[in-house]
Design a protein around this ligand. Structure first.
Ligand code: SF4
Length: 415
């Protein structure tokens, strides 16, 4: 029997990535078990991480845990448990799978890292509703469960232009977090430490933006599917040197691919934009289908969400407020469209795939006519895939495969 060939070009830096994420997980586990000094904060993926790092919290991101539940396809075992205590099947499936997993007393971390039997226990939870309301409900649930403080930032939503008064409001909300963070951490807030964590985060964001930008090359040295794996440090370890060291390694490898003209997809024919959440439990299958179709999904709003161009350690509060308020998900349709138009041009995109993620209307952009407007304006086809980030009961393998094939045929006809 012949072994099925792996349909992707492996990235060598994945080994170091594994080590970085392993060390990060074990350190939190030791703190959580009282084997090492420290405090744990839980933070939303685009929450005030730099403030937490400045007060020496080790930071756990429940959305990252949610993505693990999606990619291991365990989510469907846990979602019903959260539904049973009143969390609707229609709300964020990161939330429902994560809460269900907690109720069952399990974690996929145990499989990846022997000896870890639960997520780290929080000393405090810090959210930012810049992305959605669900994160606040999610964190407040755990605040009640663990009986620890929940603090948060609630910025204005759906912004066109961002005015100074809005930034001033977010700055004040960030400053208001400090007394509680000081009390829980047992440390005094130090503006220089905050500047330093902002500097490290800015560097991380620049490195992450740089490696994502290498996909502008033809052929592209890596894919969106690779990016969803290698974004781990940008999400979980921004504000620390560990993330930046890792991205230097990845950068060198991808630059070498570019210099040698090595593409992630052999004989790349079509270049595709992925808009919306990943379908975590089907990343491999999708990546292989696109590989077979000689099509490279190479740019996404999702991976770009951890590029924070505004970060500036000389204006730490203002620039952090700006960076976390101006994120794509928090903008009006015209701003989002302009952003995508620019990327379509820069990355020489032939077509756009929209993922209508059923439990995440917040990060699904196909519902108010955007695909049709962009098709008209840019003259390129779009495809909308109906699915979900974690709940694969909302995903049809066969329909999606057929629709992707038809989409690529459409691109071929235009050649
Ligand atoms: S943005 Fe979507 S996926 Fe992320 S936490 Fe909110 S509802 Fe869930």
């Amino acid at each position: 029997m012949t072994e099925k060939k792996l349909l992707r070009k492996p990235i060598k830096a994945a080994k170091q990535l594994g080590e970085v994420m392993r060390d990060y997980s074990y350190r939190m586990d030791r703190i959580s078990k009282g084997e090492e000094e420290g405090k744990i904060a839980w933070c939303t993926s685009v929450g005030p991480a730099e403030l937490l790092c400045a007060l020496d919290f080790e930071v756990h991101y429940p959305e990252n845990h949610g993505a693990m539940l999606g990619s291991t396809r365990l989510a469907m075992d846990y979602i019903p448990l959260a539904n049973a205590i009143g969390y609707s099947p229609d709300i964020c499936s990161y939330l429902t799978s994560d809460v269900g997993c907690y109720l069952k007393g399990e974690t996929p971390l145990s499989r990846a890292y022997p000896g870890i039997d639960s997520v780290p226990r929080p000393d405090i939870l810090a959210y930012n509703t810049n992305q959605c309301r669900d994160v606040r409900e999610w964190f407040e649930y755990y605040g009640r469960e663990f009986n620890v403080p929940v603090v948060g930032i609630n910025p204005p939503h759906g912004l066109r232009e961002i005015v100074p008064a809005e930034i001033a409001d977010v700055v004040q909300q960030m400053k208001d977090l400090i007394p509680t963070l000081e009390e829980v951490s047992g440390q005094k807030f130090d503006i220089d430490k905050f500047r330093e964590s902002m500097r490290l985060s800015r560097e991380c964001s620049e490195l992450w933006g740089h490696v994502l930008g290498l996909a502008r090359n033809v052929p592209s040295p890596w894919t969106f599917f690779d990016g969803t794996i290698h974004m781990g440090p940008a999400v979980c370890l921004r504000g620390s040197q560990r993330a930046n060291d890792y991205y230097q390694i990845l950068k060198a490898e991808l630059e070498e691919r570019v210099a040698e003209g090595v593409g992630a997809v052999e004989d790349e024919r079509f270049r595709i934009y992925w808009e919306g959440m990943p379908i975590w439990g089907r990343l491999r299958a999708l990546s292989e289908q696109f590989y077979e179709l000689k099509s490279c999904v190479l740019v996404s709003t999702y991976c770009n969400s951890w590029i924070f161009s505004a970060f500036d350690e000389n204006r730490p509060f203002e620039s952090m407020a700006q960076a976390y308020t101006e994120i794509f998900i928090n903008r009006s349709e015209p701003v989002k469209e302009r952003y995508m138009e620019k990327l379509v041009e820069e990355f020489k995109v032939d077509g756009i795939i929209f993922h209508d993620s059923k439990t995440c209307p917040n990060n699904s952009n196909s519902r108010y006519g955007m695909p049709q407007r962009l098709e008209k304006k840019l003259g390129i086809p779009t495809l909308t895939i109906d699915a979900d980030l974690n709940d694969l009961r909302m995903y049809s393998e066969e329909t999606t495969r057929t629709n992707i094939e038809a989409f690529i045929e459409q691109l071929e006809e235009r050649e």
